[in-house]
Each structure stands twice: as C-alpha cells, then as structure tokens.
Design a protein around this ligand. Structure first.
Ligand code: S3P
Length: 175
C-alpha cells in the first residue's frame, strides 16, 4: 500500500474540507478526484454527466484511479462519492492508500446540500428521498471498502483530522 490517505463517503460528508485540513497538518499534497477528472476531461462534472453520461464518468473514475496509483505519494485523496461502488475501484482504492470512510447521516447531507446544483445525481424532484435511497445502498459498500470508519456528524473538522492522524500512524506502526 502507498503512503497516501484516501477519504471516501457520501456527497456532503466533508471529504474536501477534512482532506484540505489534513493535508496542511501533515504537509501532504491534496487531490480531489472530481477536480482531477474535470482537468483531465476539460469539462465540469455536470457537463460530463450531461454530454457523456454516468457510465462514461465511472469509466474515467477507474482510469484516473489507476493513474493516481502510479503518480501519487504523501497525498490526501478526496474521492467522488460514487467511486468506491465498483468492486474494481474498491480494490484500487486500497492500493492507493489508507482508506477512511467519513460516515454521515442523511439529515446532515440534506442540510449541507440544500440548493446544491453541482451534483447531477441529486437534481431530481425529491432529493431527500434520493439521498435516503443512495445512502442506504452505499453505506455497507463504503464500510467494507475502508480500513477505518469515522462517524462525522457531530464532530468538528479538527476533531476528525486528529482522529485520522492518530489512526494513520497506528496503522502503519502495526504493519
Ligand atoms: C457523485 C459524487 C460527486 C461526483 C459526482 C457523483 C456520487 O462527488 O463525483 O457528482 O455518485 O456520489 P462528491 O462526493 O465529492 O460530491
């Protein structure tokens, strides 16, 4: 396994906020897979979904993961919410680094993503129901794909960052 830290979890769980802070604390680089894909494809995630479809986007996610395994070290990787769902990707994520699932309740997601227009999967008549369905389906997959799970709803970013750092060092000491 490489010495990166990979954050997985549902949209709005705080992967980017936590990841940026964590990167600062550890003086690691920070990389968001959505931003990486937007740069690679020269389009926004929304445009990719609209013009090329979700399946195309998921294929680019897998290719990007393979590239990142070759090219990154000492990096905090914030991954798109749907990325760990393909079994193939779940294996690649574990190769990429120490995988942490930031687990979040649907109420928190709803509060944080109210009015959001950047997530194509939530642009529907009943986003609350959609969030509930997606979370229910995805939660066990995230759990299985992670080395560590943190319930984040009532924690500050700083608390989450410190918990990750403690466990990251413990994990590598035990190896
Ligand atoms: C998605 C999550 C998004 C982005 C895309 C699909 C998903 O990333 O990759 O809209 O399937 O959950 P964030 O989790 O960073 O919002």
């Amino acid at each position: 396994m490489k010495n990166n830290i990979v954050l997985i979890g549902f949209m709005g769980c705080g992967k980017t906020t936590v990841g940026e802070k964590l990167a600062k604390e550890l003086t690691y680089a920070f990389l968001d897979t959505d931003a990486y894909i937007e740069n690679r494809e020269q389009k926004s995630i929304r445009e990719i979904f609209e013009q090329d479809g979700e399946n195309y986007f998921r294929n680019v996610e897998t290719k990007s993961l393979q590239e990142l395994i070759e090219n990154t070290q000492k990096t905090i990787v914030s991954s798109g919410g749907g990325l760990p769902l393909r079994p193939e990707n779940a294996k690649l994520l574990q190769k990429l680094g120490f995988v942490i699932y930031l687990k979040v309740d649907k109420e928190t997601v709803l509060r944080r993503l109210e009015g959001d227009t950047t997530r194509p999967l939530l642009q529907c008549d009943d986003p609350a129901k959609r969030i509930e369905e997606l979370l229910e389906y995805r939660d066990p997959i995230y759990e299985v794909g992670a080395h560590m799970v943190i319930q984040v709803d009532h924690k500050t970013v700083e608390e989450i960052v410190q918990e990750i750092i403690r466990n990251y060092y413990l994990f590598f000491e035990c190896k």
